[in-house]
Design a protein around this ligand. Structure first.
Ligand code: FES
Length: 261
């Protein structure tokens, strides 16, 4: 599903992570070469790459944290994976900050420094593996377009008295969806040939975001493992999901669509 921290549908976090990866790995490589070839001058490059890596990691963490909060579906397998990804990267950042201070005080022997940096690179690689799964399998930050999907629509709303206006009657085309956040609940507003429908964004299989999936002929398909649900009554049309999804009543009145929560 589309990242809120993006520029014209291009998520920022995957672009920015290239910098800390390159700088931290570069620091390790220069210090290792310094150790192997007994060239102390190479350590100066390593030292500056550590500083650049820390700055890059802090910069990349900002959109990453926003994605964790707002893009990764709550109570899903991806949320756990994203938490592990974030914790590993935070641990790595702390490790390189410690390395920086120890280097600045010249209190670290080169072999110890190389071992610590190798540990950092190993942590970074593991975190990167999780990050790859989040993007390429869980499609975090991906903004897919099936026929008739239109542009990604997302809105934060407040329900007063249990009823809330969620769309203009002509806002969505047939087969188009919109994700609304109503009092902390993620609800998908969809328009099928039969009219408007509202259902939980949470796939009953492993918590994939249905708003990030595809909808056609009154059926929504989860982007993660392909479960299909009827958008009007929430029943399962195809597995692996075994239980249906929660649906909500909608009312079309005076040119607007109202959701009852
Ligand atoms: S999370 Fe597996 S099909 Fe939706």
């Amino acid at each position: 599903m589309k990242s809120r921290a993006s520029l014209k549908s291009h998520p920022l976090h995957p672009i920015l992570v290239s910098f800390p990866i390159a700088f931290f790995v570069g620091a390790f490589v220069f210090d290792l070469l310094s150790l192997v070839f007994s060239k102390p001058s190479l350590q100066a490059t390593g030292y500056h790459l550590v500083i650049a890596g820390i700055a890059g990691a802090v910069l990349a963490a900002v959109p990453g944290f926003l994605d964790f909060l707002y893009t990764v579906p709550p109570e899903s397998s991806a949320k756990k994976r994203a938490a592990q990804h974030g914790l590993l990267n935070s641990g790595n950042l702390v490790l390189f900050i410690v390395i920086f201070f120890l280097r600045r005080n010249s209190s670290l022997a080169l072999p110890v420094l190389v071992v610590l940096e190798a540990m950092g690179v190993a942590i970074l690689s593991t975190a990167g593996w999780f990050g790859g799964t989040l993007v390429y399998r869980n499609q975090i930050g991906v903004d897919p377009r099936y026929a008739g999907a239109g542009k990604w629509k997302e809105e934060v709303l407040e329900a007063k008295g249990g009823k809330v206006k969620v769309a203009r009657i002509d806002e969505l085309a047939v087969n188009q969806m919109k994700l609304v956040h109503v009092d902390g609940k993620r609800i998908v507003i969809a328009r099928s040939e039969k009219g408007y429908a509202a259902f939980s964004d949470h796939c009953s299989h492993r918590g994939g975001s249905l708003a990030g999936g595809a909808m056609i002929c009154g059926t929504v398909q989860c982007p993660w493992h392909g479960s299909q649900f009827d958008v009007h009554d929430g029943s399962v049309k195809a597995g692996p999901a075994k239980t249906g999804i929660e649906t909500f009543s909608v009312e079309e009145k005076d040119g607007a669509v109202y959701l009852q929560v």
